[in-house]
Design a protein around this ligand. Structure first.
Ligand code: G3P
Length: 221
C-alpha cells in the first residue's frame, strides 16, 4: 500500500455491504485509477471474496480472529481470508477492540500468512504500545469523533502530532488518522500534522455522492 493513502472503511453500513459494497468498491477503484492516488478499502469478512475478485485496489478485512486451522466454529481463519483475496486486515478498531496480548499475536499471525496490518489506536499511549508490535500502519482515531462532523485534524490536532512523535520514538511505522474526515481540507490538515494518510468511513460510505467526496479527498492527498 503506497503512501500517502486513503483507507475507506465500509463498516457494516447498508451502503457498504453485499451488492452495495460492490458498487462502492468500484467507485473507490475508479477514483484511485483516475487520480493516481493510493486508495484501499476495508470490507466485512463475508464480502472479501466478492470484492477482491471485482477490483484491483487493496482490500482489507475489517477483522480477523487470531486462530490457526482447527476446531474453531464461527471464526475467521486468517489464512482463509488471505486465500479469499484479503490483502491485509484492520485490527483493534474502536468498534472491535482486541485484548493487547491477542493484538500482538494477531499482528504476528498476519505477518506469517502474508497479510498487512493496519492497527487502530484510540489514544496516543495505545499507539505507542502498539508500535512495539511493529504493524505495517497505525491509525489513531479518537472514539468520540468517529461518525461525527468534526474531523480529528480539526478537533484534536495534538492527538495526531503526539501519536506521530511517540510512534516514531519506537519504530518507523506510518501513522494514519481517522474520525470525522469529510473534506479535502481535513485531509490536507492531517498530512500537515504528520499523518501519512486517513481512515474514513461515513463521510464517503454514507455520502449522497461518494465518488464526488472521495475525489475531493484524493485530490487533497
Ligand atoms: O475506520 C474509520 C472510522 O472509524 C472513522 O469513521 O465515520 O468518522 O469516518 P468516520
Amino acid at each position: 500500500m503506497k503512501l500517502p493513502i486513503i483507507i475507506v472503511n465500509f463498516k457494516a453500513y447498508t451502503e457498504g455491504t453485499g451488492r452495495e459494497a460492490e458498487h462502492l468498491a468500484q467507485i473507490c477503484e475508479k477514483v484511485a485509477h483516475e487520480t493516481g492516488k493510493s486508495i484501499a478499502i476495508a470490507v466485512e469478512e463475508v464480502d472479501i471474496h466478492r470484492i477482491s475478485s471485482l477490483v484491483d485496489i487493496p482490500v482489507l478485512s475489517e477483522h480477523f480472529d487470531p486462530i490457526g486451522p482447527g476446531a474453531h466454529t464461527g471464526q475467521n481463519l486468517p489464512q482463509a481470508l488471505k486465500d479469499n483475496g484479503a490483502y491485509g486486515t484492520l485490527l483493534n478498531h474502536s468498534e472491535d477492540r482486541f485484548r493487547i496480548d491477542l493484538l500482538k499475536e494477531s499482528i504476528e499471525l498476519a505477518r506469517d500468512v502474508g497479510m498487512k496490518t493496519v492497527v487502530c489506536a484510540n489514544d496516543v499511549e495505545v499507539a505507542e504500545a502498539i508500535a512495539t508490535f511493529e504493524p505495517d500502519m497505525i491509525a489513531i482515531e479518537p472514539p468520540e469523533l468517529i461518525g461525527g462532523d468534526i474531523s480529528v485534524s480539526t478537533a484534536r490536532p495534538e492527538v495526531i502530532t503526539n501519536a506521530v512523535e511517540k510512534v516514531r520514538s519506537v519504530a518507523d511505522i506510518p501513522v494514519l488518522c481517522g474520525a470525522g474526515i469529510k473534506t479535502g481540507a481535513d485531509v490536507k490538515k492531517a498530512l500537515k500534522l504528520g499523518a501519512k494518510g486517513v481512515l474514513v468511513a461515513s463521510g464517503v460510505v454514507r455520502a449522497g455522492n461518494p465518488e464526488k467526496v472521495l475525489r475531493e479527498l484524493a485530490d487533497a492527498l
